[in-house]
Write a protein that binds this ligand. Structure first.
Ligand code: PEP
Ligand code: MN
Length: 338
């Protein structure tokens, strides 16, 4: 249930609502809005009697939230959430460009890549310092050194950094170095990790698990918001289907459906969906056309030598061509890029 306050409501009016919720033995979560504050009641299993709130001062509306996800739902907040980091935005009318290598490999690679990412017109630099790989015998990432190198390259080229964390230890490493923390598809339902990033000040880039339903995806985001972090960027990165000519199937249709049900921004990651360089461009176009708020693409200046995901990494010039094209197309889909 959502208790929407009148625009004239004062702090004490909101507190009265929160006290009434506490008196029922339930938890409340305040959602400040541009005009009106709403208070969500979370954790209830049984329906809550409306009458408890009807008589309270400056309560404008009482909305029964029918979905299991509440804080992320459009019912809780009709306006799009715009995630802002260091003056750059993703969400609303802004389309974000994120690019970089799959993994941070060494200083030279990171510096060269950051230069190419900047030249391609991206504002966000990605790079994995910990790589949750299918095989334990493949490159696992540089760990703390990786976060440091990514931060150094980001600072050098004025790019906002994005990097995955997998547990409390890596979250602590990223805390002071990285601007946006990523929860990877394999950890989308690591509920303890979702609570950890929910307690961080950085925005969270949450990737959809390869087999997650839309509801499971949104419930994972709900964990982060319920833990106190409202800045979540969702990411569609392909799901597992019977289609066997690609790594994963890019679920382009989830983008408009998420936009309908949820106020958080959603970006597309065609690299992990396709697993093949040649498919990145058409899938990136599809993401923009479907209403995505941004794109995340892997790039390597020498993909043959890449320590992970070389086959799907674009060359620097290909990245630039792709981003140039998306920037030309974005206004046709009501997105601003500059
Ligand atoms: C990544 O973005 O580095 C990554 C590992 O992707 P995913 O979690 O989607 O497989
Ligand atoms: Mn990768």
């Amino acid at each position: 249930m959502l208790i929407v306050m009148d625009p004239s409501a004062a702090e004490e009016d909101v507190v009265k609502v929160e006290e009434a919720i506490a008196a029922l033995g339930l938890e409340s979560h305040r959602i400040p809005g541009g005009l009106r504050t709403a208070v969500a009641i979370i954790g209830n299993v049984d329906p809550i009697p409306k009458e408890v709130f009807e008589g309270l001062p400056r309560v404008a509306e009482i909305i029964a939230v029918t979905r299991p996800y509440k804080l992320v739902s459009r019912e809780a907040k009709t306006a799009d959430t715009v995630v802002e980091v260091k003056g750059e935005q993703i969400g609303g009318s802004r389309f974000g460009f994120i690019a970089g290598p799959c993994a941070v490999e060494n200083r030279e690679q990171m510096m060269k890549t950051a230069e190419g990412v900047k030249a391609a017109g991206a504002t966000f630099l990605r790079g994995g310092a910990v790589k949750p790989r299918t095989s334990p015998y493949t490159f696992q990432g540089l760990g703390e050194e990786g976060y440091r190198l990514l931060a150094e390259a980001g600072a050098e080229y004025g790019l906002i950094t994005v990097s995955e964390v997998v547990d409390a230890e890596t979250a602590a490493m990223a805390r002071d170095h990285i601007d946006i923390v990523q929860v990877g598809s394999r950890n989308m339902q690591s509920f303890s990790l979702l609570k950890i990033v929910g307690g961080m000040k950085q925005p969270v880039l949450l990737k959809r698990a390869a087999s997650a339903t839309l509801k499971e995806f949104l419930m994972a985001a709900e964990y982060v918001l319920a833990a106190g972090n409202p800045n979540v960027i969702l990411c569609e990165r392909g799901i597992r289907t019977f289609s066997d000519f690609q790594r994963n199937t890019f679920d382009v249709s989830v983008i408009p459906e998420i936009k309908k049900r949820c106020h958080l921004p959603i970006i597309g990651d065609p690299s992990h969906a396709a697993g093949k360089r040649a498919m990145i461009k058409p899938l990136a176009r599809a993401a923009l056309a479907a209403g995505a708020d941004g794109i995340m693409v892997e790039m390597h200046f020498n993909p043959r030598q890449a320590l992970s995901d070389g086959c799907q990494s674009l060359y620097p010039q290909e990245l630039k061509d792709l981003f140039d094209e998306l920037k030309r197309l974005a206004p046709f889909f009501d997105k601003k890029v500059d």
